[in-house]
Design a binder for this molecule. Structure first.
Ligand SMILES: CC(C)(COP(=O)(O)OP(=O)(O)OC[C@H]1O[C@@H](n2cnc3c(N)ncnc32)[C@H](O)[C@@H]1OP(=O)(O)O)[C@@H](O)C(=O)NCCC(=O)NCCS
Length: 203
């Protein structure tokens, strides 16, 4: 684990820094709870259980930003769902949910989580895909409309090398604003890259 990154609390004072770290083991997550604002995917008490389940999966990883034992932001990695076409590829890892509690947003927390996660040398062995469904986005309280929010996500992902790609994956094409972003790790073989490219459009 690298040194934690420090971020100021919502009041902007220098007390109450948070640490950004991972992968956090399931046994450590068991001692933590989610901030009550973390509701984008499911209620916090259920989402912490989901995070623990992911941490227990093969190649499942949780990165967390926390204030003491309270998680105020997190991101997940896991293998693609068996219903997804990407599960047929041996080297694809999915960047799952990324969420920061409303009171802590716009302070660089998600950027710090992404930086920490993509500093893990393990990501170089994988093609990481991010499948972003726009119905999880929280437009309330932002001045961004859907296109602006989409651009913010694309720009943020780009900073860690996740580039938007076109695909006919129905999960993505179901809604025009959805985003499919890809980062190919340095150690991925040419054969695995070619296989991935051949899977982008299959219809
Ligand atoms: C999207 C989300 C994770 C961003 O988290 P965050 O910690 O506020 O993001 P950061 O502070 O690291 O900001 C990242 C960049 O986006 C910009 N940004 C973030 N929120 C913004 C807003 N409301 N308006 C304008 N720009 C914004 C920041 O300025 C920053 O840009 P910069 O790197 O050029 O300075 C957070 O808003 C969230 O949890 N939303 C609900 C769930 C969600 O949409 N998840 C993503 C897809 S599943």
């Amino acid at each position: 684990m690298r040194e934690p990154e420090l971020i100021y609390n919502p009041q902007g004072t220098s007390i109450g820094e948070i640490s950004v770290e991972g992968p956090v083991q399931a046994i450590e997550l068991e001692k933590m709870h989610l901030n009550k604002g973390l509701t984008s995917f499911r209620p916090p008490d259920r989402q912490i259980k989901a995070l623990i389940e992911i941490a227990n999966l093969p190649e499942g990883m949780i990165y967390a930003a926390r204030d003491g034992q309270e998680i105020i932001g997190y991101l997940t990695f896991h293998y693609p769902s068996k219903y997804s076409r990407w599960s047929k590829h041996p080297r694809v890892l999915e960047l799952g949910g990324i969420e920061v509690s409303p009171g802590w947003r716009r302070k660089g927390v998600s950027s710090a989580l992404l930086r920490e996660a993509f500093a893990n040398p393990m990501v170089e062995d994988y093609i990481v895909v991010a499948i972003e469904f726009c119905w999880h986005w929280d437009l309330k309280g932002t001045e961004l409309g859907l296109p602006g929010y989409r651009k913010m996500m694309i720009d943020t992902f780009k900073k860690v090398g996740l580039e938007k790609r076109a695909t006919d994956d129905p999960d993505i094409t179901e809604e025009a604003a959805n985003i499919f972003a890809v980062r190919i790790g340095k150690n991925v073989s040419q054969a695995d890259i070619s296989l991935f490219e051949s899977m982008l459009f299959v219809h």
